[in-house]
Design a protein around this ligand. Structure first.
Ligand SMILES: Cc1ncc(COP(=O)(O)O)c(C=O)c1O
Length: 163
């Protein structure tokens, strides 16, 4: 990104703000979501997961309903819920069989869990460079970093710009 801006004038360094209006908060939680949460809370059982083999190993009724709905919606055989995106990344890397010493190419400009989820498997995060306009991984740099040890490429999109 080429800018003619004088760095000392940036708002970050005390200069005038480029955008002064405030953005309204988007609330994706409506009556339906509140009722759904209420119906679970009222049962007094939040998870119903049981950490030993049996039907409850797959979570409670609502969890299983959600997973089946996602399978249908995405036309896939299996959907697995997780408690966080970090857990999801760890699970995804395990699912594709990442092993100790494997390399996974990843962006250096994203949340730390992208790289640390790779370390969980004793695999090696290899940072490719990002594009200066989208801040997403640069395909040319990805290619340069592919080695005989590359097992996967993790491509987080930044700011919703997934191109
Ligand atoms: C790209 C990316 N990966 C992973 C995470 C981790 O998500 P969580 O906090 O749900 O574990 C975040 C959270 O902001 C994220 O932005």
């Amino acid at each position: 990104m080429k800018m003619d801006t004088n760095m000392s004038e940036l708002a970050l360094f005390g200069g005038p703000k480029t955008v002064t209006k405030t953005f309204s908060h988007y609330n994706s939680i409506g009556k339906e979501e509140i009722e759904a949460v209420k119906s679970v809370v009222e049962t007094g059982v939040l998870s119903d997961f049981l950490g030993s083999w049996g039907s409850k190993f797959f979570g409670g009724k609502k969890i299983q309903e959600l997973e089946r709905a996602w399978e249908k919606s995405f036309k896939v055989n299996h959907a697995v819920t997780v408690n966080s995106n970090t857990s999801g990344l760890i699970a995804a890397l395990g699912a594709i069989g990442v092993e100790p010493g494997d390399e996974v190419i990843v962006s250096p400009w994203t949340m730390s869990a992208s790289a640390t989820s790779i370390l969980v498997w004793n695999a090696i995060p290899v940072f490719a460079d990002i594009e200066d306009e989208t801040f997403n991984l640069d395909p040319v740099s990805i290619e340069k970093n592919i080695s005989p040890y590359t097992k996967a490429i993790m491509v987080p999109d930044i700011f919703g710009a997934c191109r």
